[in-house]
Design a protein around this ligand. Structure first.
Ligand code: FES
Length: 305
């Protein structure tokens, strides 16, 4: 359903404490193009699918680069990558998807926390190449835990401020906001605490944030509905205690999934009719739905399946 690509792991290198960077070369010629902010799914040999932001150069169609932090609460993805993936192995990856695109602006401020630096690396490069004033504030517990800090310092000099929060405390976002031009856009990627602080500091129409974890939200009770699969002509009942994704999978529709939390976009489907009850953190357009979390307000939801 979602096209995939074959890659070969050309390099696995240590990028910081508990962070490895993977270079994935296209096994059958050039890889699909992408733009800053995009991510890919890695289809891991242990059957898990995990999403990682592309942090290399979009002009390089021969290889993708991603960086992976070992998550102590890993559900098996980052741990597998750190412990078992080896150079030379073949890895299936998705086409790039972009839930975090870089909009045109006269000036940019990029705010990164830890591994949240990854989507911002190509953004900073693109903004700089376009001749826009752009700066990066990059926070992490200590210098040793922050991937690409040296590379950023040497490439961008004083456009980049590295903040080791254990020694220096957290960056003062209010001071950054006060120094920003009126039309500047702010791109933020990092832990939930940093995103919450950015949301409290910058106007919503100027802040673009990418989340790795869903925001806790309250919804009314889930109600049953029917998914009408327009292309196959079948109707799949979705009980109150099952997700739309699971109901479709159990009915034999191989809808892929990654996070199953409404943050990655791997399970995206097209809605042809009905009133979707969007519960994702991506911001689904009206004709799309992320069935791992979203449901239906209407009794029937017609999907392009
Ligand atoms: S599986 Fe990640 S958004 Fe649905």
């Amino acid at each position: 359903m979602h096209p995939t690509q074959q890659t070969t792991i050309e390099r696995i290198e240590r990028a910081a404490e508990d962070v490895v960077a993977l270079t994935l070369r296209g096994a059958a010629g050039p890889l699909a193009p992408w733009e800053p902010g995009a991510h890919i799914d890695l289809n891991l040999p242990n059957w898990l699918i995990r999403q990682y932001s592309l942090c290399g150069d979009p002009a390089d169609r021969d290889a993708y680069r991603v960086a992976v932090r070992l998550d102590p609460l890993s559900r098996g993805g980052s741990e597998y990558i750190h412990r078992f993936l080896r150079q030379g192995r073949t890895l299936t990856v998705s086409q790039p998807r972009n839930n975090f695109p870089l909009a045109p602006a006269p000036e940019y401020l990029f705010l990164a926390g830890g591994i949240g630096i990854t989507p911002l690396l190509p953004m900073l490069r693109a903004a700089t190449a376009a001749g826009r004033p752009a700066s990066l504030v990059y926070a992490g517990a200590t210098a040793e835990t922050m991937p690409f800090a040296d590379e950023l310092r040497s490439e961008y000099g004083d456009r980049v401020r590295i903040v080791a929060t254990k020694q220096q405390g957290r960056p003062d976002l209010a001071a950054l906001a006060a120094a920003l031009g009126p039309d500047a856009l702010v791109y933020c990627c990092g832990p939930a605490s940093m995103l919450a602080e950015a949301e409290a500091t910058f106007p919503a129409d100027r802040l673009h944030a990418e989340r790795f974890q869903p925001v806790a939200k309250e919804y009314g009770p889930a109600t049953p509905f029917e998914a009408v699969c327009a292309r196959s002509g079948r109707t799949v009942p979705v009980p109150a205690d099952e997700t739309l994704l699971d109901a479709l999978n159990h009915a034999g529709y191989p809808v892929p999934s990654g996070c199953r939390e409404g943050v990655c976009g791997s399970c995206e489907l097209t809605v042809l009719d009905g009133d979707p009850d969007h519960r994702d953190d991506i911001g689904a357009p009206t004709d799309r739905i992320f069935p791992c979390v979203s449901r239906s307000h209407s009794d029937r939801l017609t999907l392009n399946l």
